[in-house]
Design a protein around this ligand. Structure first.
Ligand code: AMP
Ligand code: GLY
Length: 420
């Protein structure tokens, strides 16, 4: 069988998914909306707003799309799975109710408490309970973690050393610093350790594991400076061995899937579990209802079997029988970003890419075509992914091949994997 597939999104994650999907013998025609300059090399870009479900439906009907793979969280949190419930197209992603695991930290914490999934101890506060919040902060020893309950474009988490600053921040948050997203603020216990990311594909009953990855979110070398969407990633993660993965499966993944069933939350897509290793035990930092970016730019290239086996498996009830072949080599990706990112930056800089005979993959994030030129069109511009016998060799190869890309103000971290 072969299928018409539409991917929603425009980042490096979606370019990596499109690159892999296009290689599948099960892929008849591949579309991506809105895509970027890179995706137009492997798929047909469609100009669509990913939150305009009526327009997406028209394209799905006209192009006879069989699978709709949703890259970013926004359409999922807005209910695209439910919107297409009575349609023949198969949406890869969770229902709106299940996407609340990402859309609300307080919902996710209650879910984990109910199913005994290890995570940081937490308390929720609203504008009605500011006094309680202040008293609570007074009792915390050490770092204070404040989280806007809802989606705040990756900016809603503050980790503070100072109690007075934390009290001021929580009041600002509760009075609308992040709009509706911070109507409820979660105060969490601070967990100290190394983070890693686990990805599973699930049909809501069974699951299959994808490669493990670790991303680097801070703009500056040595994990300093502001948080970004992600400056690079590696896969596999050396400290995540079989013993650790067995704990992750039995204490976290399996109870999560069971919890989805018990709460009757429909889920036919990818779960991205952000984890932290404290001592030798895994704890959940967050759930995401989609794949990670830039983690996808390292996990997808490591999958050597057909990605469409996983996609179709999510709907055919045999997901646990699908064999996912994983390349044992290490993959690393380095994100090239615009000068100034994650604060104000300019777009529209011409990108010169000389990737002839390159030993790296160039996944576009914020790029667009204009009059045959490729221009920057976002803060994160391009992810350069390479393989190596270990992550350092993979990073070195990407660093070498970055010299094949040029745009004004190009910025990147050369220390991805430095802490391992
Ligand atoms: P989140 O949006 O929940 O992923 O949080 C963003 C980042 O904040 C995470 O990647 C962690 O680095 C950090 N973080 C979140 N929660 C905690 C916590 N309870 N303890 C320590 N660090 C945390
Ligand atoms: N790289 C983290 C994320 O995709 O949320």
């Amino acid at each position: 069988m072969s299928y018409n597939i539409l991917i929603l999104g425009s980042g490096g994650r979606e370019h990596a998914l499109a690159w892999k999907t296009a290689q599948s013998p099960q892929c008849q025609q591949l579309y991506i909306a809105p895509g970027n300059a890179g995706t137009s090399e492997v798929a047909i870009n469609l100009e669509l707003d990913i939150l305009d479900f009526d327009s997406i439906r028209k394209s799905v009907d006209r192009l006879e799309i069989d699978y709709l793979i949703v890259g970013p969280e926004a359409p999922l949190v807005h209910g695209i799975y439910d919107y297409f419930m009575d349609h023949t197209v198969k949406v890869i992603g969770p229902s709106q109710a299940a996407a609340t695991l990402e859309g609300s930290k307080s919902f996710a914490n209650a879910f984990m408490a109910e199913f005994n999934i290890p995570t940081a101890a937490s308390h929720d506060f609203t504008s009605q309970t500011v006094e309680d919040a202040i008293n609570h902060i007074d009792k915390i020893n050490g770092k204070i973690v404040l989280k806007a309950d809802g989606l705040a474009a990756g900016k809603g988490v503050l980790i503070l050393d100072d109690k007075e600053e934390a009290k001021k921040e929580i009041q600002d948050m509760l009075s609308g610093k992040f709009g509706d997203a911070s109507k409820t603020v979660v105060v969490e216990e601070f967990l100290d350790g190394l983070e890693f990311s686990v990805f599973v594909a699930t049909d809501g009953q069974s699951y299959t594991l994808l490669p493990v990855a670790k991303d680097y979110k801070r703009i500056g070398e040595g994990d300093t400076g502001l948080n970004t969407g992600g400056m690079g990633a590696i896969s596999p993660v050396p400290f995540v061995d079989k013993v650790m993965m067995d704990k992750v499966k039995s204490r976290i993944i399996e109870p999560t899937i069971l919890g989805l069933q018990k709460r009757k939350l429909d889920y036919k897509g990818f779960i991205f579990i952000g984890l932290i290793r404290v001592g030798n035990e895994p704890y959940v930092i967050e759930y995401n209802c989609r794949l990670g970016d830039p983690e996808t730019e390292v996990i997808i290239p490591r999958i050597s079997s057909d990605l469409m086996d996983i996609i179709t498996g999510i709907y055919s009830g045999n997901l646990s029988d699908i064999k996912v072949d994983i390349d044992p080599q290490s993959a690393a990706t380095i994100m090239l970003v615009s000068k100034g990112y994650p604060e104000a930056y300019e777009k529209g800089k011409e990108i010169i890419i000389d990737k002839q005979a390159s030993s790296s993959l160039f996944f576009h994030s914020g790029t667009k075509v204009s009059n045959y030129d490729i221009l920057t069109n976002g803060g994160r511009v391009m992810a350069v992914t390479s393989f190596g016998n270990d992550h350092q060799k993979a990073v070195n190869r990407s660093l070498k091949n970055i010299s094949q890309v040029y745009f004004e103000g190009m910025t990147y971290r050369s220390d991805i994997g430095f802490d391992l």
